[in-house]
Design a binder for this molecule. Structure first.
Ligand code: NI
Length: 138
């Protein structure tokens, strides 16, 4: 904790009120913890946009009864063997499946995977979570 730096920022009162609300609702113990999380998110988003090596996951939900959907999902994923580290399939109920695909690679390539998956009709839900390889320890 000895390498902590202190900063002071000026913001409009209304913005600070809303931010304090957010901090409390989100469960952060302090404003500083919430700010650090937001700063890391901004840095990670920037890494993704610059096409650096990143890590993340895609979570999707679909009805496996939809004709061809399983084959399309598998076919798309096999075109990205280098980036897809592993995937997990969870049978949610009689019809619905959840798949979590863990990814590592260049940001632009991972965005290509997301684009390919977006093209598959019948997916109920698809979300990308951006992470970092944390080359710099921040
Ligand atoms: Ni299933």
């Amino acid at each position: 904790m000895s390498n902590l730096a202190r900063i002071s920022i000026s913001v409009e009162e209304k913005l600070l009120e809303k931010f304090d609300d957010y901090v409390e609702k989100s469960g952060f113990p302090t404003r500083s913890e919430a700010m650090k999380n937001i700063m890391r998110e901004a840095i990670i988003r920037d890494e993704w946009m610059k096409g650096e090596f990143v890590a993340g996951n895609i979570s999707l939900v679909y009805d496996h009864h939809k004709p061809g959907i399983v084959e399309k999902l598998l076919h798309s994923q096999h075109d990205f063997c280098d980036e897809i580290q592993c995937s997990q399939h969870i049978h949610l109920d009689h019809s619905n499946c959840m798949e979590i695909i863990v990814l590592r690679g260049k940001g632009e390539r991972i965005r290509e995977i997301l684009k390919r998956l977006h093209q598959i009709k019948g997916l109920k839900h698809i979300v990308l979570t951006m992470g970092t390889l944390e080359k710099q320890n921040f």
